[in-house]
Design a protein around this ligand. Structure first.
Ligand code: AHR
Length: 342
């Protein structure tokens, strides 16, 4: 299996000249246990891995859509082990429950690369490398922006009622984003976290949860903190169907979101989502770099965070500080949306 990539590069160059087929035996086999297809972000992530790990690039990708089912995801990883794949990539649905299967992969001598979300394991040596997002930092940035925005618009001391439509419970994306908000609610005594309920990162569940929250809390909700764009789309539909308005004004419900997909940023430009904190799904190339390093006998970096931006509908807040670092806020216009890859 070693040096397959170098051999493939040479073979591909030679074969392209000779217009001959690439033999499947020479491909590096990669099994990707994908979370599912719950969101636009996830679709972009799947596409990115399919583009990077193509046969043309020297890979045979076995991508399993686990449809948000933990048991199915464990089963997918065990199947990759039994097929003796060269590398296993996992985007974990849940952060807990990975020790046993990762030990099985290690015993089989197959390097495991964790992507997107994080696993909670007793021993970090159970996986080779991790690439993904700092979800708690995303939550902190969003909360810092809200605080600054409320202060700028003269509402810094007002009672602010917030509802949190959470992601899939137990996913590190949910744990981090929820924590970012909860900590901010503890610090800002005038922020009331009225409710938190999972929208499972889907549009339909986001809408359903928002409908029930609107019935329960009537005219009380000032801010809805959606833990991804698809939940925000569903929440916006529920809010407008209930005869209320989303937007940037005092009488509107402020909708906050994460991901910053093209559709999400279009809603930001239209003022329906006031803030969209980016979560970058395009980490296929970084995973390929890790695999290439391993093929060359090098030790890749253990953990790599992807860079992520902040997008707002309004220009009131130019930058936010989170964990001692300043982050610029980009006001969304047509050019920003046009330049978006997904
Ligand atoms: O783990 C990343 C999250 O999962 C994204 O925010 C969401 O859209 C996806 O389903």
């Amino acid at each position: 299996m070693k040096k397959k990539l170098a051999v493939m590069a040479l073979a591909a160059a030679t074969l392209s000249m000779m217009a001959m087929p690439v033999y499947a035996d020479d491909l590096v086999t990669v099994g990707y246990a994908q979370v599912g297809h719950e969101s636009d972000w996830r679709t972009a992530n799947t596409q990115n891995y399919q583009d990077v790990f193509s046969e043309e690039n020297g890979y045979s990708l076995d991508l399993v859509d686990c449809d948000n089912d933990n048991a199915a995801q464990l089963e997918a990883v065990r199947t990759f082990i039994s097929k003796d794949m060269d590398y296993i990539v996992i985007a974990p649905i849940q952060s807990a429950g990975w020790d046993t299967v990762l030990q099985e992969a290690q015993d089989a001598g197959i390097p495991v690369i964790i992507v997107d979300r994080m696993v909670k394991v007793s021993d970090d040596s159970l996986y080779t490398a991790w690439v993904g997002s700092n979800f708690e930092l995303e939550g902190k940035k969003a909360a810092a922006w809200l605080k600054a925005y409320l202060e700028k618009t003269g509402r810094g001391d007002e009672e602010i009622n917030i509802v949190d439509i959470q992601g899939t419970i137990g996913a590190s994306a949910q744990i981090g984003r929820t924590k970012g908000l909860e900590d901010a609610c503890k610090e800002n005594k005038n922020w009331n976290l009225l409710a938190k309920e999972t929208g499972e990162f889907t549009q339909s569940k986001g809408q359903e949860v928002m409908e029930s929250l609107l019935k329960k809390h009537k005219d009380d909700i000032d801010v809805v903190y959606c833990e991804n764009d698809n939940e925000a789309f569903g929440a916006i539909d529920a809010i407008t169907a209930a005869g209320k308005t989303v937007g940037t004004g005092k009488d509107d419900i402020l909708v906050m979101s994460f991901d910053s997909t093209k559709t999400g940023l279009t809603d930001v430009k239209d003022g329906k989502i006031i803030l969209d904190t980016e979560c970058n799904p395009l980490h296929g190339p970084r995973v390929e770099e890790i695999i290439k390093a391993l093929e060359n006998g090098e030790t890749p970096e253990k953990q790599q965070y992807v860079d992520e931006e902040i997008f707002a509908a309004v220009k009131d807040v130019e930058s936010v500080n989170a964990d001692g670092k300043d982050y610029d806020v980009t006001v969304v216009n047509d050019k920003v949306i046009k330049g978006r890859a997904y």
